[in-house]
Ligand binder design. Sequence first.
Ligand code: C5P
Length: 414
Amino acid sequence: MDAPVTMDVMTKGQLAGRHIVLGLSGGIACYKAAELVRALAKEGASVQVVMTEAAQQFITPVTLQALSNREVYASQWDARAPNNMAHINLTREADAVLVAPASADFVAKLLHGRADDLLSLLCLARPIERCPLLVAPAMNREMWAHPATQRNFAQLRADGATVLGPAAGDQACGEIGDGRMLEPEELLEELIAFFQPKALLGKRMLITAGPTFEPIDPVRGITNLSSGKMGFAIARAAAEAGAEVTLVAGPVHLPTPRHVRRIDVRTAQQMHDAVLPVAAHHDVFVATAAVADWRPANLSEHKIKKDGKKLAPSFELTENPDILAAVAKLPQRPYCVGFAAESHDLLKHAREKLSRKNVPLIVGNLGPATFGQDDNTLTLVDAAGHRELPRADKLTLARALVAEIAARLAADKT
Ligand code: C5P
């Protein structure tokens, strides 16, 4: 295997070094732009706010200047720039223009290449190859559903823009439906994902995550300390890389990463039954779940009570199916990646799992040092040797693992 890579622990933020032009057109969702500016800045981005006249009816430049720590631009006649060309200058250093909120009227204007205010002018004048345009629609559901709006957004996509959302739900007008702007946190996640390399575009990845829970009686069960964080981070990283991701999750309290299809299960048998029928339709299977090896042979219908004689109940256990080994045996098997959470002799156990489960890659980590933690150290073990991914947060490690898997898939093809 290659020499160890140095991982950059992301203390600087996910958007460190990125410069974003944030455009606001007129809509009540302008109130969310203040939070969005804060969220972008917190992740290390510098933000240049540009507003239309209509946007200033909803939120003041003062608020956005204070939060972005930069003067806000609103007029194409603004003479502050020495060359008097704000519409050119503002996008030349930008990594992206994000219009949030994007009103129906503003988008109608954009796609015709009209440019009679600073924001539409700079969208038209931006270097299209190196300064992508992202738009987050925000409007009433009838406006969103109108054929004219749908036509306009389809054309905007065809012209190369990325459309983020909209979401469905309660609207400021009191109606319910599609058209809400995504929340600031969601827009942030979308933007971070946008900048990730698309190494798994067109690929399908299936992931198991979290613990399983094997019931003993209606109120008790056997489980373990897996938090699911590593598996969820891999699901996010794979989706960011362009994969279509299905995540089969045991009982955990974690939000579903954006664009990930999640199937919740409780027991190992349920996890097995969710995975096996669909596994062959995927390119990659990553088994991060800490599946209970055993389950009580008989489920007690009622809560088991103390009998007053101080005799502890005894249970017969039966072995759970090995999901990873079963997937690896499929004739049309996906590329299989297993995990090994050990308390000692990590390499020895990982190598043993590699051959016992007949998979090409095992990712080893020390159980007590990772369960529930936000960071980790991984050891990649294959038939040729092993390689360390040094301590980093789980999302950084997940992205490195996804890049490794993508490289292996590409090499398999050649
Ligand atoms: O079987 P063992 O726990 O040693 O191996 C761990 C690896 O196998 C992990 O990838 C885990 O998700 C997977 N596994 C499984 N089904 C089981 C037990 C483990 O998929 N019943």
